[in-house]
Design a protein around this ligand. Sequence first.
Ligand code: ADP
Ligand code: MG
Length: 699
Amino acid sequence: MSELATQNIMYLPGVGPKRAELLKTELKMVSYEDLIYYFPYKYVDRSRVYAISEISGNLPYVQVKGKIASMKTVGEGRQSRLSAMFTDGTGMLELVWFKGHKYVRQNLDPKAEYIVFGKPSSFNGQINVVHPEMDKVKEGQIQIVAGLQAFYNTTEKMKKSFLNSKAIYKLMQNVFKGFQGKIPETLPARILEKYKLMQLHEALHTVHFPEETKGLERAQFRLKFEELLYIQLNILKLRNQRNRNIKGYIFSRVGDCLNNFYKDKIPFELTNAQKRVIKEIRRDMGTGIQMNRLLQGDVGSGKTLVALMVMLIALDNNYQAGLMAPTEILATQHYETISEMLEGMNIQVGLLTGSTKKSERAILHEKLQSGELQILIGTHALIEDTVQFHNLGLIIIDEQHRFGVAQRARLWKKNAHPPHVLVMTATPIPRTLAMTMYGDLEVSVIDELPPGRKPIETAHYFHNRRNNLNRFLKTELEKGRQIYVVYPLIEESENLDFKNLSEGYEYMQRVFADHKVTMVHGKMRPAEKDAAMQEFASGKAHILVATTVIEVGVNVPNASVMVIESAERFGLSQLHQLRGRVGRGAEQSFCILMTGHKLSDDTRKRMDIMTRTTDGFEIAEADLKLRGPGDLEGTQQSGLPFSLKIANLGKDGRILQYARQVAEAILEDDPLLEKQENYIISKQLLKLAREKMNWSMIS
Ligand code: ADP
Ligand code: MG
């Protein structure tokens, strides 16, 4: 295999320098191995030859065998096309070419028999196939692709140079034809045997040239399992190493800070879920192992209170604690809530953000270094190099998906010993993804909302019901409630979006002339943004028209309506996050999703899910299935640290779980993978680590 990885694809028959360049720039494909591991995105059954009389316009792909009865070129210049009538004796099929049809016409042989393959559609009662694949049947010998035909993704640029799916397929044939012997195995024989896995060579050949679905599934299983197994082995091995090498501070004491807070200051009874996760966190912090825990809890589940109580434990053990939030608004809000809750307890809390003045900053730095300041709350200003703690024992990261992996890594360097780390997220990450992305983190879940919350009612309106919407908003305003109206703002269409936002703002001002409307968007200066937010939070403004800058964390309990404009342009988890801005008080809250009439299937599904459930985990699972993990919010910003070639986290959750168990068993028996029987594994891990530089940065 090592040879395959170094063999330049340029020398493969059918490639050459020009195509090699294209494959490199378009698909990052350089070696034979890259090609072999370029997997099909779909398969079409070619085991069957249809009679033309059976074909209707809504079959997916068909294959027929027959001859050309007549051909004519229709129209002129750019509009022209070639139309050929094709028959097998049972009926007539029209074959149509728009592009390159002069060449096609010259090469079609009216006397020869062809296998025609393509997607039928119906036009004016005539069934036709546009740009079919044509294969000449040679002297009686039938040349049908056996079984399932693989299809490969290619780019527009590649298609222009005739490097389409079929061309890739041919290259794949060439690469396998050139083999002497087999592709070397990448899993130990005992694993293959124990889990009844197909051998690597056979599996790779089968995924490209499957004969039937059963074999294909076995081949795919082997490759997916292996891919996920190595990811899990890598993650778990790193975790073991870390636990061995890094000692964690031991927070054994429960002291005055936590006790007094619990006795006198806590504003409400903890939910059972909050109690449970605090227990889990305390257990971690007492073991001598450095804590790395992910705290998941839906929007409004009360993570802030948990964070505060955990910080108090650090303080009780004479350590400092830090809380980092992704935006200035959020950091400030945390600072205010926490300061308020700790009032009269003689605990020093500081706020450090990008807009903290230089003079204040100097004082903060000094107090941090002396240890006088016990809790520091802030934005990523917290991890700037100039910030030095006296003894940072715990760092909590809120809305962790907003921070990059590298940013988190910098936190570790704040101390001689790395502090305990708790990352919190409201983006419920499905278990499968959490196991892959944060596989070396322990996971705690707050799966219960504080009592007294009424589930938010969600409705989907088409634009033509805007008058109904306005009437509804009026009644809510009359009850004294406040309203969010959110517009999408995406960089690619920034100007247009911005126009929509400001028009929406003016429209709301006109329609609700006797109410105060305010606006927040990302182009405003932080101070302006804060002022506008403050106006809304304090209740002076009744309607807030905004972009998704308000998506994370903001807490205005009196706001009871969330209107999301152009909801079709938001992803599921973003819709869920936005909806979570309301329903924070005791009042019934509402979320209205506004869309146009023309909706894709996916959008329709998204709207259905949103109106059906408010369960963040259900939504996250659905999101993963609809979009695939690459697009899942939160994974993009933090970057899934590797890309999967064949496994799909949305669909292959069970294989992942299986791979995880196997990985655990292997490492339990041989933690450092030093045994001879694991030689293949440790070699392969090394190779993967070299190829995927950021593997070691997971978590
Ligand atoms: P999130 O998990 O989204 O960060 P917050 O910590 O902002 O949620 O909490 C949401 C709201 O719920 C806040 O107003 C908070 O004061 C309130 N809250 C938190 N815990 C409880 C509880 N145990 N009982 C009642 N209200 C609570
Ligand atoms: Mg929060």
